[in-house]
Design a protein around this ligand. Structure first.
Ligand SMILES: [Zn+2]
Length: 442
């Protein structure tokens, strides 16, 4: 048994009543919060953290990323979506080696922990190497092995639906429950109808969902009507992709019928506003989706289109963009934006006992140092976090009761070594990248 006591923290619980406590203790035993307010009388702590001037809140859940793409950070700049894929990403990824994924994800884990992210929904290749980082770092993750399933695309490595379903069978609920899995068909615009139908069948058999890209551009939607006579969301739904709770990344161009499908099938939409801004796309209609009863979470997307993995920034951009685009400053208030970045992400990823600070919840929380000029005075704690806080204010990260960032120091990852390896591998990929692909025609 291990025990941990946080003392003198402000606590932003994100419970149903939005309770905020002042100068409180949080008692943690093994993986769970066992008391908030006063610790139990007989409680003996292995470690005590004096959290004066800090606020404790649920950690961030990044609901859509490609963590290893940290290796491609800054490698495909100032390009629209089609050229970003064809001339940038797929060209550089042609040089991807299996072991690169481990180091790219390790780099991502350092960055995510430093900015308060406790869990990430990853969609990439060689996912057993992502699982290794999750095991070693102490983070939580929902892992989906991407399959292009296309007539003209070469798969990344020896990827088949059989191999990715073996991955699900091996890793589902592994690392003490910190790893969950989905299938990862790439998208309706790359994957063939047959490969999507196969993925849906296997997902049903394994009782997992699918993590998939959906409706990122008007051209994708137009092509879908031309080819299949229906929208991408309706098409995927008919193929059975949404039969288990799934994650639809982006879902920007959706009509009212699509929204009803997403709601009825309990699909979680992962909005990635920074990618949308950077690639000059429209953005996910978060407020409309929420008002219609669709579950919405937030993601950074990969560092090749973001160019970081900072959920504080994503949360802020989500709130700002919704206000700006709707012409209504009252939409997506700070407490709601915080919920999207934490609790909603936890549910999207199947960590249903996380994303809230209350007794019996998983101890997945962060401490922000609020004793900073840009966070004073405190008229509105949630607004200070959403609109003023910085990643560098994150001082502690705790996942399943284990301290992974202590006073700004990573406890499980060798950051210096990881940065050196990732730098060398990213540069090698760029040097040896070859050719172009016209795989993306959306
Ligand atoms: Zn993506």
């Amino acid at each position: 048994m291990s025990t941990l006591l946080l003392k003198h923290a402000a606590v932003l619980t994100l419970n149903a009543e939005n309770t905020i406590l002042e100068s409180s203790s949080i008692a943690i035993q093994d993986e769970k919060i066992i008391a908030i307010g006063e610790p139990p009388r007989e409680f003996v702590a292995d470690e005590i953290i004096d959290a004066q001037h800090h606020v404790a809140l649920p950690g961030f859940f990044n609901a859509h990323t490609h963590a290893a793409m940290t290796l491609l950070r800054g490698s495909a700049e100032d390009l629209p979506l089609d050229r970003w894929f064809n001339e940038g990403i797929w060209r550089t990824e042609s040089a991807l080696q299996e072991e690169d994924v481990y180091w790219g994800v390790a780099l991502a884990a350092c960055e995510m922990l430093r900015s308060g992210t406790v869990a990430f929904a990853d969609h990439y290749f060689y996912m057993h190497n992502v699982a290794r980082v999750v095991q070693e770092s102490g983070m939580k993750a929902l892992l989906a092995w991407c399959v292009f399933g296309s007539d003209f695309a070469k798969e990344m490595g020896p990827t088949t639906l059989e191999l990715t379903s073996d991955f699900v069978a091996e890793f589902q609920n592994s690392a003490g429950g910190r790893i969950k899995t989905m299938l990862g068909p790439h998208s309706p615009y790359i994957s063939t109808e047959r490969s999507l139908r196969d993925a849906a069948n296997v997902a049903r058999k394994l009782n997992v969902g699918c993590h998939i890209h959906v409706s990122e551009s008007q051209a994708q939607v137009d092509n879908s009507y031309k080819q299949f006579g229906k929208s991408p969301v309706a098409y995927l739904n008919e193929l059975g992709i949404f039969d288990n709770p799934s994650i639809a990344a982006h879902a920007i161009y959706v009509n009212e019928d699509d929204i009803e499908i997403l709601r009825a099938k309990k699909v979680s939409v992962a909005a990635c506003p920074k990618t949308h801004l950077k690639l000059a796309m429209q953005t996910t209609r978060i407020v409309d989706l929420l008002n219609a009863g669709v579950h919405v979470a937030l993601g950074t997307d990969g560092a090749a289109s973001n160019n970081n993995l900072d959920m504080l920034e994503v949360m802020r951009l989500a709130a700002l963009l919704q206000k700006h685009d709707s012409g209504d400053a009252t939409v997506l208030p700070s407490m709601e934006a915080l919920r999207l970045a934490t609790q909603h992400g936890a549910r999207a990823m199947g960590f249903n006992n996380s994303g809230v600070l209350q007794v019996d919840a998983d101890a997945d929380l962060i401490l922000l140092d609020m004793d900073k000029p840009h966070l004073v005075p405190r008229h509105n704690l949630a607004a200070n976090i959403v609109h003023s806080a910085r990643a560098s204010d994150v001082n502690y990260v705790i996942v399943n009761g284990k301290v992974l960032l202590r006073q700004g120091e990573l406890t499980t990852l060798d950051e210096e070594k990881i940065m050196r390896e990732a730098e060398a591998r990213g540069l090698r990929m760029a040097r040896s990248a070859q050719g172009q692909t016209q795989m993306y025609k959306g």
